[in-house]
Structure formats: structure tokens, C-alpha cells
Design a protein around this ligand. Structure first.
Ligand SMILES: O=C(O)CCC(=O)C(=O)O
Length: 292
């Protein structure tokens, strides 16, 4: 692709240099309300089933398999062009999760932000045993979109914090301690409906939620299709039923619906369609070309 679909030069600069940018009003009030209704119902059900205390956080992984309302976000028209601009079209979802963080007790805020022994230590996302490093730095492997559904404009309301530019440098000292210059910490204090588009190699943590309301948000991680997802191997047929070819691709399948993952001659000449997709395997390519 020669041109970008939607990404501005300033967004590109921020994504490369800072490791993130914000998109306000990514979700409409109607979308926020629809998502929140489903999340509240899930939280009500699972907080009883899991015997969660009033201050305990609730997370659900592979949320796209849980309800069609979450599936619709994987190719949200405001965000998908940005994802394709930032990662190309041979991509899939790596993870999708919802997070509810009720207000915590004040003592939780006693530890320094992101401390090793705090409720949410600084980290960047990686599989067990880590990503390969190039001169101590994680190459660009994936990105995430955070959708924030509740008001996070106040300090210590449970917002994510990112360390500006930390994706571009080694992150630990010789003793294994995470290196964070306080001047680089950005607390993502945003209104409901804002999206955070970020590199998961950024160091991040979460502030204690000392507000009077639970923080509710969703994260969708995207990666090239030749990496394996973290939340699923293949999605269940019921999840894929009714999905568009683009959605099927993003859910890790071949856009055609074919199961010939190793090509038409897998015994003699196996060729992974994730490595070497034909155009019909990646409907996102035709979609992207049609946008231009
Ligand atoms: O709950 C948050 O905002 C942080 C989520 C997080 O650590 C992640 O998406 O990797």
C-alpha cells in the first residue's frame, strides 16, 4: 500500500516516538451504553460465580467469543483503518479482554505507582520467555487499542499509565528492575469513548482506583498473522458464524472460511496460508485497497 488510509502524520509521529496516541470520541454514547450494559450483566453474573469481593478486579479474556457486541469492535470503522495503517493487512487479533476495576481501599495507593510489590507492577506485554530482542529492544510485534467506557479524567481513577518512549529502549537494569523516569509517565486521564492506540512494548501499569465508580474498559490486541494469538487457537464455529470475511480473518481464520491452513497440497508441499496468504485469504487487503 502506498498511502495511509487514515493515519495523520502527527499520529504516526506519536506512535513511533511516544509509542501511543489518543482518539477522542472513538465510541459514541450509544455504543458506550450498549457495551456497558453487557459488561454490567457479565460482571453481575461472574462476580457472584467467582466470589469476587467488592474491591476485586474482574477480567475476561477472548471477550470477542462472549457476545456479538464485542465482536463488532474488532473491525470498528473508526479504528480499523488506523490498525491497517499501523500494522498492515496480514493481521489478526492476538487478544481481546474486558476489565472492570471497582474502587479500591486507600491503603492500596500506599505503594509507589507500578512498584514490583504493588497491585499492578510496570510491565510490557510479552509471551512467556519474552519477545526476541534486537540490541536490547523489543522489535515492533503488535499494538493494542484500549476503549475506555467510564470517566477516567481524575488522577487515581484506575487509568492506565504508559511510559512515553519506553518501547525504544532497554527496560530493565542489571538487577532486573524496571527503569522508569517519572517525567516520562503519562496517566491516561480520558473521557468515556476515548481510544488509546499503543504499542504493547510500552511499559505500562494502572493507577489505584480511588474514585467513586468502577473503571470499565476493553482492550483489543492485533499482531501479524504469522505470530500465534494468546487468547485462542481457533475460535469456536459459533463465534465465527455470521462473521464477515474481514472479521473471520481478524478472528484468526482464513477469510475464505477454508480450513486449508497449509495450502491445497499439505502432505507434499505444505505452505502456511498465514505466511503466504493468497489474496482471498486476507479480505482486509481488498478492503484496504477499496478505502484508498
Ligand atoms: O487495565 C489496564 O488498563 C491495563 C491493561 C494491561 O495491562 C494490558 O492491556 O496489557
Amino acid at each position: 500500500m502506498s498511502n495511509t488510509l487514515q493515519l495523520s502524520a502527527e499520529q504516526r509521529r506519536q506512535f513511533d516516538e511516544d509509542g501511543f496516541f489518543l482518539l477522542e470520541d472513538a465510541l459514541t454514547p450509544a455504543e458506550i451504553s450498549e457495551l456497558t450494559t453487557v459488561i454490567d450483566a457479565l460482571y453481575a453474573k461472574y462476580s457472584v460465580e467467582r466470589n469476587l469481593g467488592p474491591h476485586e478486579a474482574f477480567q475476561w479474556r477472548n471477550v470477542v467469543a462472549l457476545d456479538p457486541v464485542f465482536r463488532r469492535l474488532i473491525d470498528h470503522p473508526k479504528l480499523l483503518p488506523l490498525v491497517v495503517d499501523l500494522l498492515g493487512y496480514n493481521i489478526q487479533l492476538r487478544t481481546s479482554h474486558l476489565d472492570v476495576r471497582p474502587p479500591v481501599l486507600p491503603e492500596v495507593a500506599q505503594k509507589p505507582l507500578g512498584a514490583r510489590d504493588s497491585f499492578f507492577p510496570w510491565h510490557s506485554d510479552a509471551p512467556n520467555f519474552g519477545w526476541p530482542l534486537v540490541e536490547g529492544v523489543v522489535p515492533y510485534m503488535e499494538m493494542k487499542i484500549g476503549y475506555y467506557l467510564t470517566d477516567l479524567t481524575q488522577h487515581n481513577s484506575g487509568a492506565i499509565c504508559v511510559v512515553r518512549g519506553s518501547h525504544k529502549r532497554p527496560q530493565k537494569d542489571a538487577d532486573g528492575n524496571v527503569i522508569v523516569d517519572p517525567q516520562d509517565i503519562v496517566e491516561v486521564n480520558v473521557r468515556p469513548g476515548t481510544a488509546l492506540i499503543w504499542r504493547t512494548a510500552l511499559l505500562h501499569c494502572v493507577t489505584p482506583n480511588l474514585s467513586d465508580h468502577a473503571r470499565k474498559c476493553l482492550y483489543y490486541g492485533y499482531q501479524p498473522r504469522w505470530i500465534r494469538p494468546s487468547d485462542y487457537d481457533h475460535q469456536e464455529p459459533a463465534v465465527l458464524a455470521g462473521c464477515t470475511p474481514v472479521q473471520r480473518q481478524l478472528l484468526g481464520e482464513l477469510g475464505t472460511g477454508s480450513h486449508e491452513y497449509n495450502g491445497p497440497d499439505p502432505l507434499v508441499h505444505p505452505v502456511s496460508r498465514y505466511w503466504r496468504p493468497e489474496d482471498e485469504d486476507i479480505p482486509l487487503k481488498a478492503w484496504a485497497e477499496a478505502q484508498q
